[in-house]
Structures are given as structure tokens and as C-alpha cells.
Design a protein around this ligand. Structure first.
Ligand code: ADP
Ligand code: MG
Length: 833
């Protein structure tokens, strides 16, 4: 990074912060002697004394930091045989300060985390450590457990599928798990029906490992729990046929000239634009007059997705077919994403394209972005080898400062300039040549590729060259970690999609050091410089030797789409012959500029998603807060009910305009008795009060002999209505989001429009919760004691009957008692349908 003159003179902010941290490291180092002399038990007892003081609020976490860090270091060296290096102490402090510790691969971030984890676990509010996959969560927790348990903390690991234990795991002082497990548990917690079913405690302190991968790369895909919409899917097949009947054209260089064909593909923005001829052709095929009228919005949307599926998405690059199912390939990890589906009909469009069964379209039942999930923590921190390129995004979106920490031992890896070839074939031949040489020598080499497809291509080249090698990709990721661990062994040749095995330590022996260490070959530049740096960082850990070099070609996607013209010009000017390459810092810089362009595009798109989610986030917070109140046994709902009865009555009055008619309605609809004679003697405001109190009395009577506590039933009804109406709302918000883009054409800012409309929808939602809950209260038939006696009798008489007892678990599988579930009888149809 280039420093400005001012920075050179007064030092960067990073340098200044490091100085402050280094001072503190000295203080911690001074405590080392003391703790070294103590026995295990003595250390434990000194730690307990500190813990006591923190618990009693006599000391803050910051007050005890020096001692706690010194203790953790001592315990680390006794129990794990690893003494925290000074730079690792700095990392621990950076995490504790709620910042991002940028520490290179191999610097021991797993161990760094223990310092901040222990310190913050002392507040007893829970500490979460987030990793990118289950394997790492398990590994890190297992490896570090010795420190935590020695100091008396419990450790839990969230792995897929252990749902029954979740609550216990979250009760632990320290919880390791993946981002999606934490996020989905939060959503599930806000769909459950009793406070006891909630798994998570507070969102207190979290350390996100590989933070760039989680908060940036994955931030474009929100967490969504979805369910079926029950709509017809034939439209996708038709749209696919239409899409395939249209001719792809090219946009003319001259903006005044019309593009040819029926549609053009804009690879930069990953969008498709229909030409006039395309529109009229599509209208003919769909047999509609105007594709862009509101009535045909769904057709237009399905056609758009079908065109994208056919022209922007490639099999084995963006998705794979497995057991006749379309599965997403994660572009960053190269892995098949189990269970994830593209949203807004794109997945259905791909299924139509591949001619496999089109799976039901789903709608959002609950969703949140990672951004908004992680912003809920009182203190958020992270660590990674590569954050500096995205420092401004971390600061703008998460209010996270990136602090770069020097390595324990200087890095001596040689990062060579890129080599650029004209064609992909020449490039791969050169790569194979290099691998052959290295392999002969015995120097291990790790080759990074941009996709599964490219991994397989390289694999076929290596088979021809008879070089033994392992391929790591989405298809055998179960053993990924095991394979990549050995990537530093003598003669090893390992091919991996760009992030496969991230976080796994590659160790090398002295013999390999002699041979020059691990050689890293990149076969394509990734869209983001960070990912390339990650690949490089697989080599040269803790002062080990190593080399890295990227091999590119003008046919690579990145160069073809962004900034290829300049490079092509250089090639022609220099008259580069076949098989020859250019190597120059100039070229490397041109490539980096292309990458910056793409990084910016992605940042904008993430910001865009977040701007939209922020609107939803406020609503989600309001709804979840109210939901939590309803689950709270101490919450008194009676006032609310009374108030809502009042509002309901008023709304009815607005409809009927007359109290007599209104009371007749109440009587005929619900059998609510109103003293009409009394009513007629009253003033208008008194009339309203009389009606409300009649309704209140009606409800009270209903509950007189109820089996279950009145309040509980009322809360349950509110909860049901809230969930139902909230889901409907989310569905409308989805449609609003996809449809709102079209309004951009009317010179309106889509985001402003979205905010306005979604606010109106939200007001409606709140109103509906109130009114519908009261309606159900009025209509519901509440089971009473007498009825239960009869029910029991009938069950006894007919012992083989499948009839459910009111206290049995409900047969619908909700996990609730029958009387609290389907046993609340009432005209659910029509309101819940
Ligand atoms: P990172 O996550 O920063 O890439 P890891 O946490 O995977 O690094 O650690 C890399 C290797 O360094 C591991 O084998 C670990 O055991 C080792 N290591 C980390 N810290 C120390 C230490 N203070 N002393 C000795 N070995 C360490
Ligand atoms: Mg790590």
C-alpha cells in the first residue's frame, strides 16, 4: 500500500494504535514470571478471584485484561504447548476492542481468539465464535477446549442436525459454530411458540473468524427460511420455450445504433435486455398484447429469469445437476451448497432449462441478512488474513475498524508478477510445464482454480502429462481438510477451487523448506483481490519459504469483461507470439484495476441489498419484540385486548355509521347481547363504551369455565395471527422488491418508493393483527370443563378412536398440546387459510 507523505511523517493510524497495544503487551509480559511460578491450582484460584470481582462489578473487563491475558498465555503453554506470541496478544486486544484483527494465514488466529474469548466469557453473557464450516468449528473448539475448561468455562459446538441439544449448547459460556447455524437459530427462535423453546440467549460478544468471507462474500445471500407458495409452475416451462426461441444479438459499439437480435446480454451487470423485435416476438409467443402491462408482470418476470438461466448461467460453473436436481455452486468456495436455492424464480427457470422437475416455488417465512444478524451483537469482532482491501466496507457497514498486525516472523515468500498468455490453452500448457518441473524436484505445489470446471480441465491436462495429483472441489469436499493438510508433503500436487480448505493449516517439513517451500500457482485472477491473497497465504507461514505466481490469459472472464481492451492492445503492440507470455508490473497493475472495478460493483450490490433489508429490519425488530412479549409469561395482555376491542368497535362503527345497526350486527354475528333500551337513552360516546363493555363481558363469559388460563389462550391467538399476517407481509414485500425496480423508469428513486410502500404495508399489518385477533377471540369456541368430561367419556367408549385428548401432543406435529394447537376450535378457515 502506498503511504501519503503525511502518513510517512506522522505514521499511519494503524502504526499509532500498534504502539499503544505494544505498551500493553509489555505490561502483560511483566506478569509472566508471576504466573509461571504458580501451580495449576494456584492459577485457577487467582483466576477465580478475578472472576469474582468481575461478577460483583468491582472490576471491569478492561481492569483485569492484563492478568487474564497473562493467565491464558500460561495455561496455553501448559495445556497446549503453545505460548501466545506477543503479536498474538495484540490480536487478542484488537478482538476485545471490537475490531478486525488482520493477521496473515498461519499466524495462529485460532489461539489468538482464546484471549478475547476467556476475557469476555467472564461477563457470563455468552461468547460466540463463528467459523466458515462445521469442520473448523469442531476443530477449533476441540483444540482450544483445554484452556477454557481449565479455567472453568463450558464449551459448546453447533453442528448441523443436533437440534435437540441446541438450547444446552447455547447455555454454554462459549459457543463455536458456523454463521448459518447461528443465523438460522435466530430466525427459528422467532418462529417458536413458547419462551422455553428459544435456543439463543443474548447476543453479547462474537468473534467472526475469516470475517471477510462471512461478512462480505456471503453477505450477498441473505438467510431465508421459506415455505411453499402453492402457485402453479407451468409458466416457467412456457417462459423457457419463449426464451429459447429468441435470438441472442450483440449491442452495437455505437450507442445510437440499435442492437441486433431479440436480446442482448450485459455480462457486466449480469442482466438481459430485450430489443424491440424481442419484445414483439415474445408477445406473440405468449399471446399477449403488452408484455409490460401490470397484468403480465409475472410473465415478464418469468421470461427475464428464463433468459438469464439460458444465457448467464452455465452448468458445472454456476450450478451442477445432481440426482436430477439443480444445485447451486458457491462461487467463492466452489462447493455445492446443500439445500440452497436461487430466489425469485431463477431456480425454477434453471430447472425448466435442464428439463428436470420444477420444484415448488417458495416464499419467505423469515429472513435476515448476515449484516443485520451480526449487528445485533453488543460487541462484534473479527479476524482474517485479508481485510484491508475491504476496510472501508467494514467501517461503513459494520462500524468495524481493521487493524493490521505484523507477522510474528517476517514473510519471505516470493510473490512473482503475473504471467499473461493470449489463450487459455497456452496458459494451461505453461502451468503444466511448471508443475512438471516442480514435481520432478519434489517441491509441493498447490494450484488454485476459479471453478470446478477449470479444476477438471487442469486435471485432464495433468492426467495427460502423467502427474499424480489430488483434486479438491465440491464433489469430494468431505475429505477436503484431510487432503489439503498434506498439500505441503514432498511431491504433492493439489488442485483446489479458490477457497476450498480455507482455514486448514498446511505444514511443511525441513526437507521441503530446503526445496523452497510450498509453491502456489493461481490459474486465474478472482474477482476480488482478497481471494487471491488468501490463495497466496497458503504458503510462507511463520517465516517459511515459498513462491506464488498467477498465470492468466486474455480469455479469462475477468480480463475479457473488465479491462481486456488495454491488455489486448499491449499484446498486439508487443507482437507476442503463440506460447509466449508477458510479465510486467504494468500488467499486474492493470489486472488489479480490473479487480477493483468488480469489487466496487459487488460492494454496491451488497449495499443495495442492505439498504432494502434495513427497511425490513426495523419492521422485523418491531414484530420480533412484540412476539417476545407474547411469549413472556409475565406479560399482561388484558389491557391490550381491551384496547384492541375498543379499536375494533370503532372500526365497525365507521362501517355501520349507526349504533343500533351495529349492535344488531354484533348480536347476529357473534350472539353478543347488547342492552338496546339502555343504548337508546345514551350519548354517542357512552354508546361506544357500552358496546365495548358488552363485548368484554361476552369474552369473559366465554372463558369462565375454560380449561386453560384466559391470558394464555389470548396470547396464543395473538401469536398465531401475528405469524400469519407477518408471513403475508413478507410475501408482499418480496413482490414489492422485485416489482419496484420497474418504477425506476418513471424517474422515481426505487428505494424511496420501496420505503414508502413498505411503510404503508406495515401500518396495514399492525392494524390487521389487532382486528383479526379480536375477531378470532369473538368467534373462537373455547373448550370448557364440561366438554372435556364428555370428550373423555367418548374416548373411553371408543377406545380405538384416534381422537386426541386435550393434554396430548397435537397430531399436527407442532409439538404443542392439542388444546393449545388445533384444539383451539374456531373458524380458522377464512382467516388462516
Ligand atoms: P491461522 O488461522 O492464523 O491461519 P491457525 O490458527 O490455523 O492459523 O494456526 C496455524 C498453526 O500455528 C497451527 O498449527 C497452530 O497450532 C500453530 N500455532 C499458533 N500459535 C502458536 C504458538 N503461539 N506457538 C506455537 N504454535 C502456534
Ligand atoms: Mg484460521
Amino acid at each position: 500500500m502506498f503511504k501519503t507523505l503525511a502518513q510517512k511523517i506522522i505514521g499511519t493510524r494503524n502504526d499509532r494504535l500498534l504502539k499503544v497495544y505494544q505498551k500493553r503487551v509489555k505490561q502483560i509480559n511483566l506478569l509472566e514470571e508471576h504466573y509461571k511460578k504458580l501451580s495449576d491450582d494456584e492459577i485457577k484460584s487467582e483466576f477465580n478471584t478475578l472472576q469474582d470481582k468481575v461478577s460483583k462489578n468491582e472490576k471491569s473487563l478492561d481492569d483485569v485484561l492484563n492478568d487474564v491475558f497473562a493467565i491464558v498465555r500460561e495455561v496455553g503453554s501448559r495445556k497446549l504447548n503453545m505460548r501466545h506470541y506477543d503479536v498474538q496478544l495484540i490480536g487478542g486486544m484488537v478482538l476485545n476492542d471490537g475490531c478486525i484483527a488482520e493477521m496473515k494465514t498461519g499466524e495462529g488466529k485460532t489461539l489468538v481468539a482464546t484471549l478475547a474469548v476467556v476475557l469476555n466469557a467472564m461477563s457470563k453473557k455468552g461468547v460466540h465464535v463463528v467459523t466458515t464450516n462445521d469442520y473448523l468449528a469442531q476443530r477449533d473448539a476441540n483444540e482450544m477446549k483445554a484452556i477454557y475448561e481449565f479455567l472453568g468455562f463450558s464449551v459448546g459446538v453447533l453442528v448441523q442436525g443436533n437440534n435437540a441439544l441446541r438450547k444446552e449448547i447455547y447455555a454454554c459460556d462459549i459457543v463455536y459454530g458456523t454463521n448459518s447455524e447461528f443465523g438460522f437459530d435466530y430466525l427459528r427462535d422467532n418462529m417458536c411458540f413458547s419462551a422455553e423453546d428459544k435456543m439463543q440467549r443474548e447476543h453479547n460478544f462474537v468473534i467472526v473468524d475469516e470475517v471477510d468471507s462471512i461478512l462480505i462474500d456471503e453477505a450477498r445471500t441473505p438467510l431465508i427460511i421459506s415455505g411453499p407458495t402453492n402457485r402453479t409452475l407451468d409458466g416457467y416451462i412456457k417462459a423457457n420455450k419463449v426464451a429459447q426461441a429468441l435470438q441472442r444479438g450483440v449491442a452495437s459499439e455505437n450507442p445510437k445504433e440499435k442492437p441486433s437480435g431479440d436480446f442482448v446480454v450485459d455480462e457486466k451487470n449480469r442482466s438481459i435486455i430485450l430489443t424491440e423485435s424481442g419484445i414483439s416476438k415474445a408477445e406473440k409467443l405468449f399471446e399477449v398484447d403488452n408484455l409490460y402491462s401490470m397484468d403480465n408482470a409475472i410473465l415478464a418476470h418469468q421470461l427475464d429469469q428464463a433468459l438469464k438461466a439460458n444465457n448467464l448461467f452455465e452448468k458445472d460453473v454456476h450450478y451442477v445437476l445432481r440426482n436430477n436436481e439443480v444445485m447451486i455452486v458457491d462461487e467463492f468456495t466452489g462447493r455445492v451448497s446443500e439445500g440452497r436455492r436461487f430466489s425469485e424464480g431463477l431456480h425454477q427457470a434453471l430447472e425448466a432449462k435442464e428439463g428436470v422437475k420444477i420444484q415448488e416455488e417458495s416464499q419467505t417465512l423469515a429472513d435476515i441478512t448476515y449484516q443485520n444478524y451480526f449487528r445485533m451483537y453488543s460487541k462484534l469482532s473479527g479476524m482474517t488474513g485479508t481485510a484491508q482491501t475491504e476496510a472501508s466496507e467494514f467501517s461503513q457497514i459494520y462500524n468495524l475498524e481493521v487493524i493490521s498486525i505484523p507477522t510474528n516472523v517476517p514473510v519471505i515468500r516470493k510473490d512473482l508478477d503475473d504471467l499473461i498468455y493470449k489463450t487459455q490453452d497456452e496458459k494451461f500448457k505453461a502451468v503444466v510445464n511448471l508443475i512438471t518441473q516442480l514435481h520432478k524436484k519434489g517441491q509441493p505445489v498447490l494450484v488454485g482454480t476459479a471453478s470446478i470446471e477449470k479444476s477438471e480441465l487442469l486435471h485432464s491436462y495433468l492426467v495427460k502429462a502423467k502427474i499424480p495429483h489430488s483434486v479438491l472441489n465440491a464433489k469430494n469436499h468431505a475429505h477436503e481438510a484431510e487432503i489439503i493438510k498434506d498439500a505441503g508433503k514432498k511431491g504433492a500436487v493439489t488442485i483446489a477451487t479458490n477457497m476450498a480448505g480455507r482455514g486448514v493449516d498446511i505444514k511443511i517439513s525441513d526437507e521441503i523448506r530446503e526445496l523452497g517451500g510450498l509453491y502456489i500457482i493461481g490459474t486465474e485472477r478472482h474477482e476480488s483481490r482478497r481471494i487471491d491473497n488468501q490463495l497466496r497465504g497458503r504458503s510462507g507461514r511463520q517465516g517459511d519459504p515459498g513462491t506464488s505466481r498467477f498465470y492468466l490469459s486474455l480469455e479469462d472472464n475477468l480480463l475479457r469483461i473488465f479491462g481486456g481492451d488495454r491488455l489486448k492492445a499491449i499484446f498486439t503492440r508487443l507482437k507476442i507470439a503463440e506460447g509466449e507470455s508477458i510479465e510486467s508490473p504494468l500488467v499486474t497493475r492493470a489486472v488489479a484495476n480490473a479487480q477493483k472495478k468488480v469489487e466496487n460493483l459487488h460492494f454496491e450490490s451488497r449495499k443495495h441489498i442492505l439498504e432494502y433489508d434495513d427497511v425490513a429490519n426495523e419492521q422485523r425488530k418491531t414484530i420480533y419484540k412484540y412476539r417476545n412479549e407474547l411469549l413472556d409469561v409475565n406479560y399482561d395482555i388484558s389491557q391490550k385486548v381491551e384496547q384492541n376491542i375498543n379499536e375494533y368497535t370503532q372500526s365497525l362503527f365507521e362501517e355501520y355509521q349507526d349504533y343500533n345497526t351495529l349492535s344488531e350486527f354484533l348480536n347476529s354475528e357473534f350472539k353478543i347481547g347488547v342492552d338496546i333500551e339502555l343504548l337508546q337513552t345514551m350519548q354517542d360516546n357512552e354508546k361506544l363504551t357500552l358496546l365495548c363493555s358488552s363485548i368484554n363481558k361476552f369474552i369473559d363469559d366465554k372463558f369462565k369455565d375454560a380449561l386453560e388460563n384466559k391470558e394464555n389462550i389470548q396470547k396464543f391467538i395473538y401469536l398465531q395471527v401475528l405469524d400469519h399476517v407477518w408471513r403475508e407481509h413478507l410475501y408482499q414485500m418480496d413482490i414489492l422488491k422485485t416489482g419496484i425496480g420497474l418504477r425506476g423508469y418513471n424517474q422515481k428513486d426505487p428505494l424511496v418508493e420501496y420505503k414508502k410502500e413498505s411503510y404503508n404495508l406495515f401500518l396495514e399489518l399492525v392494524q390487521r393483527i389487532k382486528i383479526e385477533s379480536i375477531k378470532i377471540l369473538l368467534m373462537a369456541k373455547i373448550a370448557n370443563k364440561e366438554e372435556e368430561q364428555q370428550e373423555l367419556k367418548s374416548v373411553e367408549e371408543n377406545s380405538s378412536a384416534k381422537k386426541q385428548l386435550r393434554n396430548d401432543l397435537c397430531a399436527c406435529g407442532s409439538g404443542k398440546k392439542y388444546k393449545n394447537c388445533c384444539g383451539v376450535s374456531g373458524p380458522k378457515q377464512g382467516i388462516f387459510a
